[in-house]
Structures are given as C-alpha cells and as structure tokens.
Design a protein around this ligand. Structure first.
Ligand SMILES: NC(=O)C1=CN([C@@H]2O[C@H](COP(=O)(O)OP(=O)(O)OC[C@H]3O[C@@H](n4cnc5c(N)ncnc54)[C@H](OP(=O)(O)O)[C@@H]3O)[C@@H](O)[C@H]2O)C=CC1
Ligand SMILES: CC(=O)N[C@@H](CCC(=O)OP(=O)(O)O)C(=O)O
Length: 342
C-alpha cells in the first residue's frame, strides 16, 4: 500500500490541481476528498478533467473524515486550516495551501488578515536557502502564496549575494484562477477579458509581508517591498517583474554569477539563457519557474523577472515537492517540468 493522502477542498482550483498531480504520483494513494457546500457531490460534476476520480463522492471537511491518512493536503479558504490541523495527529503530514501558517510575525498577520495568528510552520519553498533542511522530516508544511513564490525566486539570489539595496518594487500579473473558484463580480469574464487592471494597490495586499519576510531572511536586514498585483486576462500564470537599486561596484558578471549559483543545480527553477525572458506560457501545468535578470546601468537598477503557473509551482506542485522532501522521497517524484504549449 502506498502513502495515503486526503485532500480537503477538492472541489476548488488548488484542490483540483493537487489531485491532477497526486493521481500521477507513483507513491501516493488518493484517500478521502472533501468540500464545503459541495459535500455529497461526485467529483466528476465539479472537476470533469480528473476523469479517473470522477465517481469519488466529496465528504464533509471534518477532522474525522480526514483521519487515518498519512498525508492531509488542505486547500481551504484562509482561517480554516488552523482549527482543523490542531485535531489531526502529530504523526500526520499536514500540508496547508492556505496562508494560516506562513507568517512568523503575529503583528503582520493581524494587520493583513485581521484574525488571530494560528502559528508558523516550515515554509514550503525548497529553493530558498536552508529550507530543504527545515522541510526534511517535518509533519507540518505552510505552502507559500503564489505571488511570494514568484517574487522570492526572482529576487533572493540578488539579496543572497548582497547586490541590491533592501528596497524592492514589484509589479506582478496573475491569471484569474489565483482568486479561487467562488464567484467574484470583478472576475466576470466580460470584466476581465481584453483588459488588465491593478488591485490591492498601495502596500495593502496580504502577500506583501510574506515577500518581506522571505527576502529579509536572505538579506540579513529588513527589506521593504512595494507590491502592485494586476489581473491579466488568462486563467493561469504569474509574471512578476521586480526591481531594486544595485549597490556600488555591482557589474553584469556579478549579477549572472549570483543567479547562476542560486539555480544551476535546481530541477524546477531555471535561469534562462541571456536575452530570453520568462513568459507564463512556458510554465503551464508544470512545476517550473523561469527566471531572468538584467542590470539596467543607466537607472542603476537590477531587473529580475519570474514566471510560474500559480496553481502548479505556485500552489499544488510546490506542495507536493515539499511533501516529497518531508517524507524522504525524491524531491522530483510525481512532478513534471514539461509544460503545455502553445
Ligand atoms: N488559486 C491559487 O492560485 C492559489 C490558492 N492558494 C490557496 O489555496 C486555498 C484554496 O484556494 P482555491 O482552490 O483557489 O479556492 P477555491 O475557492 O477554488 O476552493 C476552495 C475550496 O474550499 C472549500 N471550502 C470553502 N469553504 C469551506 C468551508 N467552510 N468548509 C469546508 N470547505 C470549504 C470549497 O468547497 P466548496 O466547493 O464546497 O465550496 C473548495 O473546495 C486558499 O487558501 C488559497 O489561498 C494558494 C496559492 C495559489
Ligand atoms: C488573482 C488573485 O486574486 N490572486 C490572489 C492570490 C491567490 C494566492 O495564491 O494567494 P493565497 O494562497 O494567499 O490565497 C489574490 O490576490 O488574493
């Protein structure tokens, strides 16, 4: 018998992507699937692309229905994971795709989420320095937010090598699946198609403290991030463009070296050849991130760009990658670096 895995929130976008990956994973056996208002429905009525699982009936999301598995993936709205995780055994690997356990600073949590802070779990971004060690053997994983995944991968090599000032400007575009499946008026097709628009402008987006947490840890000093998310007329993908002032003496060779050193041995994150720039289409359905960097000498700024699929490397793929590490499996198991094109 394989490693049994339950998925809570199986009717949602993140849950559906988890199941797409888990169904092809050689070690996992898919157990209970749960939902909220859709409990009682057959999965095939909500996720028809998951054909082999179509007849599975969604259970209610309770500690009892999720009990008895080796791994529980939570793909629920923010605030739901904390109380549920408390009632799942300490020996069960719980992988939370929500935000509840991402932030270390309770003050940041209160400011951006407005509810009591549930706690902090090992952070599921294995490429970040020190994170593989933190994930090995753990029974709790906080999967990063999709924007922080892209922005951290774009910028941490620059901070690791001391190339830039601790002040980053980020403009990132996301596909609409980033907002989840529930009906939101600003996401109506007629409002989104053929248009791009910013939202959460002025330092208020809840992913800002997650980005500053990640980059400050690598920089060894507080980093500020001015983050502007935008909505793009596509279903999947994030393209994050990040800039920061370079420190005196930093040249082209130092920038290439820093990013090469960070990503040369990585399976899922690639520094593209010079002159080639990341595009969301390169990543669709794959657990990959593409990164490129340039030195804008006239402006004295480093410009780094990352592309991911928000549902794959940005959520479900990253979740499975970190779970593999926690369970002592090969990190790449069940994950593809092959995208879908065009
Ligand atoms: N979409 C993305 O790109 C990313 C999402 N995430 C995170 O993953 C989590 C899920 O997001 P996403 O899949 O996009 O959201 P969706 O809205 O698509 O799915 C939410 C899921 O949670 C279930 N649910 C909602 N309310 C309850 C409840 N009260 N009790 C039990 N189950 C409930 C829904 O069930 P039902 O269908 O019955 O309502 C559904 O299965 C979120 O925390 C999100 O932040 C993280 C990174 C990226
Ligand atoms: C387009 C869009 O609306 N995106 C979402 C981010 C989704 C995500 O991945 O973040 P969490 O895991 O923290 O929910 C947003 O801006 O709130």
């Amino acid at each position: 018998m394989g490693i049994t895995a339950a998925v809570a929130g199986a009717s949602g976008y993140a849950g559906g992507e988890l199941l797409r990956i888990l169904a092809g994973h050689p070690e996992f056996e898919i157990g209970t699937l749960t939902a909220g208002s859709n409990a009682g429905a057959e999965l095939g009525t909500l996720q028809p692309h998951l054909r082999p699982l179509a007849a599975r009936v969604l259970a209610e999301t309770t500690p009892e229905t999720l009990a008895g598995h080796d791994v529980v993936f939570l793909a629920l709205p923010h605030g739901q994971s904390g109380p549920l995780a408390e009632r799942l055994g300490d020996d069960v690997l719980v992988v939370d795709c929500g935000a509840d356990f991402r932030l270390r600073d309770a003050g940041d949590w209160a400011e951006f989420y407005g509810t009591p802070h549930a706690g902090t779990w090992p952070y599921g971004l294995p490429e970040l320095p020190g994170q593989r060690e933190a994930l090995r053997g753990t029974r709790r994983i906080a999967v990063p937010g999709c924007y922080p995944t892209a922005v951290t991968l774009a910028m941490f090599p620059a901070f690791g090598a001391g190339l830039v000032e601790p002040d980053v400007v980020v403009v990132a575009a996301s596909g609409t699946s980033g907002a989840g499946r529930s009906l939101k008026p600003h996401l109506l097709g007629s409002e989104v198609m053929g248009s791009m628009s910013p939202y959460g402008v002025g330092g208020v987006h809840r992913h800002t403290p997650e980005m500053t947490q990640n980059l400050s840890a690598v920089a060894g000093e507080p980093v500020t991030v001015s983050f502007t998310p935008t909505l793009a007329p596509m279903s999947r993908g994030i393209l994050a463009t990040c800039t920061a002032k370079v420190r005196p003496g930093v040249d082209h060779a130092a920038v290439r070296r820093a990013y090469g050193d960070a990503y040369d041995g990585e399976t899922f994150v690639s520094l593209l050849p010079e002159g080639q720039w990341p595009a969301t289409a390169m990543t669709l359905g794959a657990n990959t991130a593409f990164v490129q960097v340039a030195l804008d000498e006239r402006a004295g700024r480093l410009v780094a760009v990352a592309a991911i699929d928000n549902l794959t490397k940005g959520t479900a793929g990253g979740a499975v990658q970190s779970a593999n590490i926690a369970l002592g499996l090969p990190e790449e198991l069940g994950l593809t670096t092959i995208g879908v094109s065009p």
